[in-house]
Design a protein around this ligand. Structure first.
Ligand SMILES: Cc1cc2nc3c(=O)[nH]c(=O)nc-3n(C[C@H](O)[C@H](O)[C@H](O)COP(=O)(O)O)c2cc1C
Length: 249
């Protein structure tokens, strides 16, 4: 099992800020405008900062009608032209998981600035004028703008349903990490993650789900641990990654 680039990805102050944004985040599909100039420059800075091997973010601008596909019963995204393209170089190992981590970090940063966001995998490739390098692919767009709607009901599985043993018997850091994963967004709200705890190790595994969903969950798992020092290692097969707590705290 090798170490994950998520280790050391964020400075302590950033971790604290992003963790505080987790309960405030929800998907926003109705916007009342683009981010203002200072918001945009902060987003550009964050997008350039949140990159991991094989994954990067690029801000773009376009007409929402040309960018996003429409589905029955899902409100169309409207009211903002700004988005971030979540890009992966498919030849780099774990690039798609890294892309999920980077995109979710940008979303939580945007929430901490008072902006709304929505992950969108159902986008129209031709609507997003983003230059790609050889081997790269846009995995998703993230709509970004001034939120024009309140959060809807919080629809998630119970914590017990995503944990393989009773999380109330786990140490607090592992319980908090699992709760933070539970709050993560996922495509079609599938919540494809499962967590198991043993010794000092919290394991994240996948039940279907897209690599983006699992990268997002990995970021949430790491943030949820709070200040507890830890190392994340890649797993094998259905086990995506393990978070091993260090005994220093
Ligand atoms: C990888 C990913 C892809 C998504 N794609 C879309 C999409 O194409 N269209 C859309 O309206 N919402 C999309 N969503 C938003 C999810 O439907 C939403 O996160 C989920 O229903 C949970 O709701 P919440 O984000 O408000 O907590 C996507 C979310 C993720 C994580």
């Amino acid at each position: 099992m090798d170490s994950c680039a998520l280790n050391g990805f964020l400075a302590p102050a950033q971790r604290e800020r992003l963790l505080a944004a987790v309960p405030k985040r929800h998907s926003v599909r109705s916007y009342i405008g683009d981010p203002d100039v200072s918001g945009l420059s902060a987003l550009h800075y964050a997008a350039a900062r949140f990159c991991l091997p094989g994954a990067r973010l690029m801000l773009g601008e376009g007409n929402p009608e040309a960018l996003y596909r429409k589905f029955p019963f899902v409100p169309a995204i409207h009211g903002t032209r700004r988005f971030a393209a979540v890009i992966a170089d498919m030849e780099t190992p774990h690039a798609d998981l890294h892309a999920g981590m980077c995109g979710e970090a940008l979303i939580l940063e945007a929430v901490s600035m008072g902006l709304g966001s929505c992950w969108v995998m159902a986008f129209k490739r031709n609507g997003a004028e983003i230059e790609l390098r050889e081997g790269e692919k846009i995995l998703a767009l993230i709509a970004l703008g001034l939120p024009g709607e309140e959060p809807g009901p919080f629809r998630r599985k119970k914590l017990n349903e995503i944990c393989q043993s009773d999380p109330s018997n786990w140490p607090l850091w592992a319980y908090n990490a699992a709760e933070c994963v539970r709050k993560a967004p996922s495509a079609v709200n599938q919540q494809p993650w499962r967590l198991a705890f043993a010794g000092r190790t919290l394991m994240l595994s996948a039940v279907r789900g897209t690599p983006l969903d699992l990268g997002i969950a990995m970021l949430h798992m790491s943030l949820g641990v709070g200040e507890k020092p830890h190392v994340i290692r890649w797993g094998e097969g259905k086990e995506i990654a393990s978070l091993v707590a260090e005994d220093r705290l």
